[in-house]
Design a protein around this ligand. Structure first.
Ligand code: N7H
Length: 468
């Protein structure tokens, strides 16, 4: 079994609080920082076990801590020994690989000046601020604030939904030896904790990790701005299937096909023509699908898949292609655990009326993996931003992910979004999709404002790092 008293809480469980602050800092005085970290901060760090049960959750706020590569170096730790060249390089050096425009990055993330981040989670911002003040008074001038991002669940019935309106946090990989029960549709085939935790079984570098790194995880942080009024206007302007649907329904269908789920969370593969809130609410059914069409002749090979029920480009299909990959085990190396939270206020009336964003909002994206390349980087670079992925389909010009795929900010042709034209010839679905049926997205509706790669040590790892 995993040592859940040693693993920081956000990795396997998530903070599960309505408010979460990301407080990014640099370290000015390594000696003071290390001594305070060991004596006064370590006791506050929230473990997996503590976060699992309500009665052991911290009273004020849950606290996790993570370090960038330059942060580790500042603390006297040779970060290269951890064996992850992307982590060592830092996210800013990889903007080209992940399709970001570095000129749009918040200056806090540009470069490698962030040394660490505190994650503080609670029911109220007041509690978070109390805990932050406590941490700041302990660490004094040994750290300096570089940036902060206050995350918050959306209000009322939108709670759990991200800013475009879609339910998030439904599909999460099961972790062998931890997740119980495993729900239908959770990737579970030999799905070992080493995909997420360093040094555990099936960590690609198991055995060669330094002892301070074992049971830690790499956290990819991204501040992803969402242009919500612009996204909504686009849906309004391009309703699908107007022969049979009202314009509102047609716009809703387009949004659902871009994501792969309805706003309720119901998967379009199981409910292709209309939302189904009952399906969405049933954890035994809402993730139980693999994109295989039953009418496809056996053996069902990749070429037989079509996109009548779900476009190949849909966000959840691009980021976890399930049965599109053959054998399915192929996909398990590239799984991530997600622990994101929305940031920024609701759309104002003025923004809605002008279809123009004037207040910053989006997703504080967090993913955990034991290898930055296999996890986030692979998903963003090899699947999400590759217009031909999933490969070998009837449609060779699928397009990038319409939600988070980027071709440098310019227009994107996405085929297969319109279910009325899934392929030129239903019975012989082998030809190239007619590009005149592409939906053209004029711009990115999700804009990266930057991020960083962090290492989230175990509690004993924090002690080791503080003792270096
Ligand atoms: Fe995504 N969205 O609202 O459209 N995502 N995501 N994501 N995402 C998912 O199944 C969204 C982002 C994944 O197992 C859902 O839990 C938005 C990045 C993966 O079937 C919704 C943003 C990356 C999955 C969204 C964003 C991913 C997933 C469905 C940015 C990785 C699970 C809810 C602003 C590089 C797929 C659910 C599976 C699900 C949205 C970012 C990856 C609604 C708005 C950057 C692996």
């Amino acid at each position: 079994p995993l040592n859940i008293d040693n693993i920081q809480g956000d990795i396997l469980v998530g903070m599960h609080k309505d408010k979460e602050l990301f407080f990014f800092f640099s370290i000015n005085d390594a000696a003071t920082f290390k001594s305070k970290l060991k004596s006064d901060i370590l006791p506050f760090i929230t473990t997996t076990r503590e976060i699992l049960a309500v009665d052991t959750q911290p009273i004020t706020a849950a606290v996790n801590i993570a370090f960038s590569s330059t942060g580790l170096v500042t603390l006297g730790v040779d970060s290269t020994t951890i064996g992850d060249s992307d982590f060592v390089a830092g996210q800013f050096s990889e903007t080209g690989t992940i399709g970001d425009d570095p000129s749009l990055w918040n200056s806090a993330f540009a470069g490698t000046k962030i040394h660490g981040v505190f994650l503080l989670a609670s029911d109220t911002v007041d509690n978070i601020n109390t805990e932050l003040a406590n941490i700041q008074s302990i660490l004094g001038s040994s750290i300096k604030e570089i940036h902060r991002l206050q995350g918050a669940a959306r209000p009322g019935s939108e709670s759990g939904h991200e800013h475009f309106g879609f339910m998030d946090g439904i599909s999460q990989p099961a972790v062998n030896g931890f997740t119980n029960p495993v729900l239908p549709g959770q990737p579970q085939v030999d799905h070992t904790p080493g995909i997420f935790l360093l040094g555990e079984k099936d960590d690609p570098s198991q055995g060669s990790r330094p002892s301070w790194a074992v049971d830690g995880s790499f956290m990819v942080f991204r501040q992803l701005q969402q242009l919500v009024p612009e996204f909504n206007q686009f849906l309004t302007d391009h309703p699908l299937d107007t022969d049979t649907l009202t314009p509102e329904q047609g716009s809703e269908l387009l949004g659902a096909r871009m994501v792969g789920r309805w706003k309720s969370g119901a998967p379009i593969f199981l409910s292709p023509t209309a939302d189904d809130p009952e399906l969405a609410a049933d954890p035994n059914r809402n993730n139980d699908f693999d994109y295989l069409i039953e009418s496809d002749p056996a053996p069902r090979t990749e070429n037989h898949f079509n996109q009548t029920r779900c476009p190949f480009s849909a966000h959840i299909r691009k980021s976890r292609p399930r049965g599109d990959l053959n054998p399915i085990e192929q996909a398990n190396a590239n799984l991530i655990l997600r622990a994101s939270i929305p940031y920024g206020p609701e759309v104002t009336d003025a923004e809605a009326a002008s279809s123009t964003t004037s207040v910053d909002r989006g997703l504080a994206f967090v993913s955990y993996q034991s290898n930055v390349f296999n996890g986030f980087l692979f998903l963003q670079n090899a699947w999400i931003n590759d217009a031909t992925f999933p490969f070998g389909k009837v449609d060779p010009t699928i397009g990038v992910d319409p939600i988070i795929g980027s071709l440098g900010g310019g227009p994107k042709n996405i085929s297969g979004l319109d279910p009325a034209v899934p392929c030129p010839d239903e019975d012989n679905c082998t030809g190239q999709q007619d590009v005149s049926h592409d939906v053209v997205l004029p711009r990115d509706f999700v804009v990266s404002r930057g991020g960083e790669y962090f290492f989230v040590p175990s509690l004993s790892g924090i002690n080791d790092i503080a003792s270096e």
